[in-house]
Design a protein around this ligand. Structure first.
Ligand code: AMP
Ligand code: ZN
Length: 479
């Protein structure tokens, strides 16, 4: 078993080999949210793809160490705080909280660390790195007092995004406020303080100011994961300039290859356009919940398409997600019933000859994910299995051992999918009372009353089933 990923750096599918000589440990850095507003579901497509990557690596036995940063100081956060007339930390706090809430709703596994750019530890590291870059002539302080990276001095600049500097020069238009730079493509490492920044500033050898966005990630990634990391992810819009700059800064300081595999997900689109704050065509997680959808339904809708394929967000897609999950829920319920039948006398003996033909679960799901996280193929295999096993159950041709094997398989693949219906929903008192009355009615063989009570229970959104252990209440699948 080997995993293969499309590496943006080489533009090729490559076999995955982590740096760890024992081959177990994997370090992952994922660019996290810029907390100037609530993240939209396009951002969450990126985080869900990264979640899928981590969970599949773990299913395959790797020990993942993942870091996701929080960008809590940049132009947008400063502007937002100024407009809201509150201190920067107070302004960003609410969006950090919202990010964690939404990530939990979508069942995204927490990273091992969530470093924040404003943490003094990392500010110190950023300043140290910028000092190193200046010492190596890879950076300079311009007349405007800001410090810039000198891209002409870093021959590999442009390798990730696959373009050469000449192109950048010929197409670039020098903006009025960038006249201090040597090259149009030179990017800020340290931004000198100006009035608009208010009290957002840190001391540095170059005067008061604040870090540029790119150096934040280089500093936090290398501080927590070392000079070299296995996998670095983000959305395709991060490739340039952000990740290109991260390579230049990190390799400029360490002299070592920063990242082995660069993985980028395609965008979530709305009507063919990128979902983006600036275009105003976005939805947040609470917007989707307000329409009556559950977190796992949105998780499924964002997960089901291969990460390198653009995905169009539609309400029709949400409906399909609900239907697909309904099929999984129903299938699991049936399998559990068959598995429970073990000790119950069967009406007709199972057709053993036929039963042995019912396929047992195979490795196909996991192998599809090994192939550059081909989730569409993996889900295709899951639904094909559901069809086949349902057919077998329709004909009463599945024995308990086979049903249990499928349930075990589901348990395993659900560590990656995390799509199972949460069943620990408290039964409302009103429903319990009706169920008790129904039990009495049945004891008195008053079937008419029993049926009426069943209807009343179902009108409250619950299904009552009669089992050998008495009545069982389950919430009706959301309409
Ligand atoms: P930001 O908060 O803008 O820094 O973005 C956080 C993450 O979301 C980055 O990895 C972006 O590449 C990603 N992202 C932004 N918009 C979209 C989108 N429409 N679809 C998928 N990923 C996105
Ligand atoms: Zn980043």
């Amino acid at each position: 078993m080997t995993m293969r990923f499309f590496n943006t750096y080489s533009r090729k599918i490559e076999e995955f080999e982590p740096r760890d000589p024992a081959g177990h440990a994997v370090s992952i850095y994922t660019c996290g949210p810029t907390v100037y507003s609530r993240a939209h579901i396009g951002n969450f497509r990126a985080y869900i793809f990264e979640d899928l990557l981590q969970r599949h690596l773990e299913l395959r036995g790797y020990k993942v160490h993942r870091v996701t940063n929080i960008t809590d100081v940049d132009d947008k956060t400063i502007r937002g705080a100024r407009e809201a007339k509150v201190p920067l930390t107070k302004f960003t706090e609410q969006f950090k909280k919202a990010f964690f809430e939404d990530a939990e709703t979508l069942r995204i596994k927490r990273a091992d660390e969530f470093p924040a750019a404003t943490d003094q530890r990392y500010i110190d590291r950023m300043i140290e790195m910028i000092g190193e870059l200046i010492a190596r002539s890879l950076a300079y302080q311009a007349d405007d007092k800001s410090v810039y990276f000198r891209i002409n001095k870093f021959p590999n600049y442009g390798k990730l995004a696959h373009f050469d500097l000449a192109q950048l020069q010929s197409t670039g238009r020098v903006k009025h406020d960038e006249y201090d730079k040597e090259h149009i493509g030179d990017f800020a490492l340290w931004k000198a303080w100006d009035e608009e920044d208010g009290d957002v500033k840190w001391d540095s050898p170059w005067g008061p100011g604040r870090p540029g966005w790119h150096i934040e990630c280089s500093a936090m990634a290398t501080a927590l994961l070392g000079d070299q990391i296995d996998i670095h992810c983000g959305g395709v819009d991060n490739i340039f300039p952000h990740h290109e700059a991260e390579i230049a800064q990190s390799e400029g300081v360490t002299g070592k290859k920063f990242v082995r595999y660069w993985l980028h997900c395609a965008h979530l689109l709305v009507d063919g356009q990128k979902m983006a704050k600036s275009l105003g065509n976005f939805y947040t997680v609470p917007d989707i919940l307000a329409k009556g959808y559950a977190g796992r339904e949105l998780r499924y809708a964002l997960l089901r398409v291969h990460y390198r394929v653009p995905l169009n967000f539609t309400w029709e897609g949400m409906k399909e997600a609900r239907e697909s999950l309904g099929r999984i829920d129903e299938w699991l319920q049936r399998l559990r019933q068959v598995a429970e039948k073990e000790n119950v006398q069967r009406a007709t003996p199972i057709n053993r000859e036929h039963a042995s033909n019912i396929q047992r679960p195979t490795q196909q799901f996991e192998e599809a994910l090994d192939d550059d996280l081909n989730i569409s193929a993996a889900l295709g295999f899951l639904f094909e299995s559901i069809r086949e096993t349902n057919r077998a159950m329709d004909q009463d041709e599945m024995d308990a051992a086979t049903a249990n094997a499928w349930l075990d398989w589901w348990k395993r693949i659900n560590t990656v999918l995390d799509l199972e219906l949460e069943t620990e929903i408290a039964v409302p008192a009103e429903v319990t009372q009706l169920a008790e009355q129904r039990e009495n009615a049945r004891r008195q063989k008053n079937w008419k009353r029993s049926d009426q009570l069943r209807d009343q229970i179902s009108a409250l959104g619950w299904e009552v089933r009669d089992t050998k252990d008495g009545q069982k209440l389950t919430p009706l699948a959301a309409a």
